[in-house]
Design a protein around this ligand. Structure first.
Ligand SMILES: [Mn+2]
Length: 451
């Protein structure tokens, strides 16, 4: 059954591939529209690299969300093929007004809509495949170019899956199929090692403090604690992990496994990349930092292998971003959250803190700095509006929590917009309605848990 569902999705990907090929043969300039996170940037990278390798041309826009005004603008553009990645499935009706052929490579819940002939819609949910766990947009986009033998782009397809948190100490479903294809072709290598961040780039104590997947309780997010931990072990904290001798590596491994056994596990790499970008999770984190800093072109430049100083600029951004994370996490440790009956929330107005709200909220849940039993809403003030990022745990989803539904219903009751996945969702509501919105979400989550 699973096999059949996956097969239908792969077939739809091949149909999209045919459309893409026809346009490449005709010399159409392809209009790519993608999302601004690590998954969306990787997806755009998979599409753009394919088009360049086939000597085609493209024009890309990376956007935070599909606004009606933007779709309106697209309807006036004269491209012959529009290629939406990581978005579009929820906007089929407005997208259908665009003239030209359309490929949608998305993994979000699609709206019910009778698809028009000019739209090739590739989305796991259409075939009963779980798009929140088994494939991300970069993977779906890879399925649309797979018919052109693009195995060299598999590391990028997996980077998006890491970015969308689809790694569960292993990949599932379509992600696993894509991984196996990469391993077989040799574009992905896998070995057992410590899964700590930026091993080829940062001094060891920073590598530990910046490791959040998996979490190292007591060390993740805490530079001083990481330094003290290494000092106590007698391991040099100021050198890169990659420069440690075998003996020091062994000591470190034994101690870290004691903190979290998942820290020693499969590490995936792209043997063709430069050392800093070789680890696919590091790659994904760098794209994430570009996205969070609104430097989409920079992230895309990295995906396109630009020779300029793009990587150095991106690493600088990542350092600043990580500093914000560390500061934000210590703020949560110090101040805690505001606790309601069924949920908890955080609120920020400072720019640096706002840039990391969703991330520090979810890290604090997994480190259990905050009560993991209470779904968290993180509010960032934007003039008259508040942006909400919400997160919960798999355990709570199993108990019935669906944040996508809760935020969609609660925000629409107060003239806002919202939605997303059961485990992570977002919304925008008017600042004046924040308290009402909170009370309603609290009520809805209570209701979901009582079912
Ligand atoms: Mn995505």
């Amino acid at each position: 059954m699973t096999h059949k569902k996956q097969h239908s999705l792969l077939n739809r990907g091949d149909e999209a591939c045919q459309v893409l090929k026809e346009h490449l043969e005709k010399g159409s300039i392809i209009r790519i529209i993608s999302h601004n996170d690590a998954d969306g940037i990787s997806a755009a990278g998979v599409a753009a690299n394919t088009i360049s390798q086939e000597d085609g041309q493209y024009h890309i826009s990376i956007v935070p969300r599909l606004r009606d005004s933007f779709i309106q603008k697209l309807t006036k553009e004269r491209y012959q093929l529009f290629f939406f990645c990581d978005m579009g499935s929820a906007y089929l009706d407005s997208i259908s007004r665009i003239k030209g052929d359309i490929i949608i490579a998305d993994h979000h819940q699609p709206m019910k809509f009778e698809t028009k002939e000019n739209i090739t819609h590739v989305n796991p949910h259409l075939f009963g495949v779980d798009g929140s766990k088994e494939v991300s947009a970069s993977g779906v986009t890879y399925l649309t170019v797979r018919g052109m033998e693009k195995q060299s782009l598999i590391p990028m397809a997996l980077a998006g899956a890491f970015g969308d948190m689809q790694y569960y100490d292993g990949f599932l479903g379509i992600n696993k199929i894509i991984l196996d294809e990469g391993l077989e072709y040799g574009s992905v290598e896998m070995h057992k090692d410590l899964k700590i961040a930026s091993k080829n780039e940062e001094p060891l104590y920073k590598s530990l403090a910046y490791s959040f997947s998996p979490i190292l309780p007591g060390l993740s997010g805490d530079l001083e604690a990481s330094m003290a931990f290494l000092e106590k072990l007698g391991v040099s904290y100021g050198v890169k992990f990659s420069d440690l001798g075998p003996e020091e590596r062994d000591i470190l491994k034994d101690e870290l496994v004691r903190i979290n056994p998942e820290i020693f596990s499969d590490v995936y790499s792209n043997p063709k990349e430069k050392p800093t970008l070789r680890d696919i999770e590091d790659y994904s984190r760098i794209l994430d930092a570009c996205g969070k800093n609104k430097k989409y072109g920079l992230g895309l430049g990295i995906c396109l292998g630009e020779k300029s100083d793009a990587l150095d600029v991106a690493l600088d951004l990542q350092r600043k971003y990580r500093q914000n994370l560390v500061n934000g996490l210590s703020w949560i440790k110090r101040e805690g959250s505001n606790v309601m009956e069924n949920i908890q929330y955080l609120y920020a107005e400072e720019k640096a803190r706002k840039s990391v709200m969703g991330t520090i909220a979810s890290i604090s849940l997994s480190m259990e700095t905050l009560d993991p039993e209470l779904p968290i809403l993180a509010f960032s003030r934007m003039d008259n509006l508040v942006k909400v990022s919400s997160r919960t745990t798999r355990n709570m989803v199993e108990k019935g929590v669906d944040l996508g539904q809760a935020l969609k219903d609660a925000s629409s009751s107060f003239g806002g917009t919202g939605g997303g996945h059961d485990i992570a969702a977002g919304a925008m509501v008017s600042f004046k309605e924040m308290d009402n919105f909170l009370n309603l979400v609290d009520e809805i989550v209570g209701y979901q848990l009582a079912q």
